[in-house]
Design a binder for this molecule. Structure first.
Ligand code: NAP
Length: 268
């Protein structure tokens, strides 16, 4: 992006719990950019009028639940990855036209590679959940040579619709056990464990050498990740992915890399 955006915002409903303002404001301060990143609680009914106002001031920002798909539908220009995902988590304006990207995909890719210690080729992924975050996982895994996903969701029809869009790499699993069979990476893309210590997959059902990736993040690690690590699995929660998508978003808005260290310190 060339001109500095007039406003930098996070659109979501709710947004109060988001950690993004903390680390994006730290990145802005470290870069000496005279902007403040604001979280705006915007209902679906308010989305269009909010976007109209942002267009006038050359606004940019992030989008979170429940607006990611809605924003993709409103963008005049999508990056190929956002188009493939059908969801946008980063937007900006150029010549009064709305542009969208999806940096969640890069966040998943980065964390998946770390957990698999680079061995993504031929990976067997068990993915729980079939919402927007699951679509980002499927986009990332699609880029891993020979990797396959077994997708499980409590409502089968939603999993089937998503699996169809990624048919070359993804099959719909009939049960959780079916999804887990032979998995080298088990990913939770549901909110299970966000507000309590519930586990999306019982520890005893994890394949012995599988790595564990929980997209959920909380102020402390989720109990699923903590206990999986104690049981000998490589495991990470969604914090690293959150930071990575934020780093890529900053690069989109300002055309330069942010200070990762400042962002990481602000997150903690
Ligand atoms: P979403 O579009 O609302 O999808 C939620 C998915 O979780 C659906 O498949 C839903 O199943 C399933 N689900 C919800 N509650 C469940 C429950 N109690 N038991 C079993 N399945 C349940 O949400 P999303 O955008 O994909 O986000 C999913 C999670 O990923 C959230 O916790 C979000 O915070 C996290 N996330 C993290 C990052 C990051 O950077 N770390 C980025 C994006 C998202 P049904 O279809 O059956 O309703």
């Amino acid at each position: 992006m060339s001109a500095l955006p007039g406003r930098l915002v996070l659109l979501g409903h709710p947004v109060a719990q988001s950690a993004s303002p903390r680390f994006q404001n730290a990145a802005l301060r470290a870069a000496g950019i005279p902007l403040r990143y604001e979280a705006l609680d915007v209902t679906p009914e308010e989305l269009d009028s909010t976007l109209e106002g942002l267009c006038v001031v050359n606004g940019a920002g992030n989008v979170t639940i429940p607006h990611k798909e809605a924003l993709a539908a409103r963008c005049a220009h999508l990056t190929p990855v956002a188009a493939r995902c059908g969801a946008v988590n980063v937007f900006w304006h150029r010549d009064r036209e709305l542009h969208g990207d999806n940096t969640d995909v890069a966040g998943v890719d980065w964390m998946g590679k770390a957990l698999l210690e680079g061995r993504t080729a031929g990976a067997r992924v068990a993915l729980i959940g079939a919402g927007g975050a699951a679509a980002a996982v499927l986009c990332a895994v699609e880029g891993w040579e020979g990797a396959r996903v077994a997708l499980y969701n409590r409502h089968m029809a939603r999993a089937e619709r998503l699996a169809e869009r990624f048919a070359a790499s993804t099959r719909c699993a009939a049960s959780l056990g079916d999804a887990l069979r032979g998995a080298t990476l088990v990913i939770n893309a549901t909110p299970i464990g966000m507000r309590d210590d519930q586990h999306p997959v019982p520890l005893g059902e994890l394949p012995k050498d599988a790595a564990v990736f929980d997209l959920v993040y909380r102020p402390e690690e989720t109990s699923w990740v903590r206990e999986a690590r104690e049981a000998g699995h490589r495991a990470a929660d969604g914090e690293g992915m959150l930071l990575e998508q934020g780093v890529r978003a900053f690069e989109r808005w300002f055309g330069r890399a942010p200070d990762r260290g400042a962002m990481w310190r602000a997150l903690h």
